[in-house]
Design a protein around this ligand. Structure first.
Ligand SMILES: Nc1ncnc2c1ncn2[C@@H]1O[C@H](COP(=O)(O)OP(=O)(O)OP(=O)(O)O)[C@@H](O)[C@H]1O
Ligand SMILES: [Mg+2]
Length: 333
């Protein structure tokens, strides 16, 4: 563990909830994408947010970036509420909180050269022009491991890894303190993934960055993150230090995820494979009580009747399960 466990909170979501009103054949319905979630990133750390497709990870990212307005709750950056900021005020804050998406091809305008792509944030915020702009762009390319010759190329002439480096150069151009990384390497080959993750780690040290690292891949989270939250159907079901989550998962959902993940641990110590029953329920029809109970191999009557609160099991480790102290899906295998 690094010293960032003791650092002050930099970016915080306080009880944020996002409900989308959507049209269905049966009429308008409320889709609960994020169900009141609290998350605090400390300066200098990499915080993991992990969960299956559709559990609300990107919606959390958008609320943190103020690209989506929460239905309720608020987001603070360095103690300042940013949720309702607009226009000029938000543009100032945007310098400090940047984003990297999964698909750098979609995120980069194909008609712009690498130079112009990396220069764009500097131009928009008028932080550099002329010779100084050129120097800054070349410095940024160097920082992300690209050479000057790249400057005249276009995104279609680059590999996936090179494109993601450009996206990272754009994200760090204005020297933000936080970068929201939404599945930043999921579209890349495994060997390229490692290069980009190493780049992210180096930049974090050099530029004192704080990352929210969003992924469905537990192996990557374990490699990158000091602390992690596990999401299921719009809720955080477990959070704590990544080491503790992996070594002593307390929520049946985390246990199931871990047992299904190809984590690099010896066969003899590997948890037995346990599959959750059935499919993830629709966020249009959240189960009563515990959101996971319809798939949980350990579910009891109380799980349908009472919503389990996210509560402290050991210091710094919380789980939202009525049976968190004793739950062990591996015993069923
Ligand atoms: N603009 C929107 N309007 C209506 N529903 C939405 C909207 N955006 C997201 N949703 C729904 O909210 C839920 C959470 O979506 P979200 O994109 O946050 O999930 P995710 O965890 O990022 O998934 P993935 O791993 O596939 O990226 C999903 O059921 C999704 O269909
Ligand atoms: Mg997503």
């Amino acid at each position: 563990m690094t010293s960032s466990t003791l650092s002050p909170v930099l970016l915080e979501a306080q009880d944020v909830r996002k409900v989308y009103r959507i049209r269905t054949p049966e009429g308008h319905r409320d889709l609960v994408a994020v169900n009141g979630l609290t998350l605090a990133l400390r300066r200098g750390e990499t915080y993991g947010l992990v969960g299956e497709s559709g559990c609300g990870k990107s919606t959390v990212a958008k609320m943190l970036l103020n690209l989506e307005q929460p239905t309720s709750g608020e987001v603070t950056l360095d103690g300042r509420v940013i949720t309702s900021l607009r226009g000029k005020e938000m543009r100032e804050v945007r310098k400090d909180i940047q984003v990297i998406f999964q698909d750098p091809f979609a995120a980069l305008n194909g008609r712009m050269s690498v130079f112009d792509l990396v220069a764009e944030p500097l131009r928009v915020h008028r932080s550099a022009q002329g010779k100084k702009l050129r120097e800054e762009v070349l410095d940024l390319l160097d920082l992300v491991g690209l050479t000057e010759e790249m400057a005249d190329r276009y995104p279609r002439q680059l590999s996936g890894g090179q494109r993601q480096r450009i996206a990272i150069a754009r994200a760090i151009a204005l020297r933000p303190s936080v970068i929201i990384c939404d599945e930043p390497v999921s579209a890349l080959d495994v060997s390229v993934q490692a290069q980009i993750l190493n780049l992210m780690n180096r930049l974090q040290r050099e530029l004192n960055l704080t990352y929210l690292f969003i992924s469905h891949d537990l192996t990557l989270v374990r490699y990158m993150c000091e602390r992690t939250s596990v999401m299921y159907l719009g809720d955080i079901v477990e959070d704590g230090t990544t080491a503790e989550l992996f070594d002593n998962p307390r929520h049946p959902y985390t246990q199931v995820l871990l047992s299904a993940s190809p984590v690099p641990i010896p066969q003899s110590q590997r948890p037995a494979r346990v599959k959750p029953r059935g499919e993830i329920p629709s966020p249009l029809a959240r189960p009563s009580g515990c959101p996971f109970r319809t798939r949980c191999p350990l579910a009891q009557q109380i799980c349908a009747e009472e919503v389990p609160q996210l509560r402290t099991i050991t210091p710094g480790h919380r789980a939202a399960c009525h049976f968190a102290e004793t739950a062990d899906v591996r015993k069923l295998a």
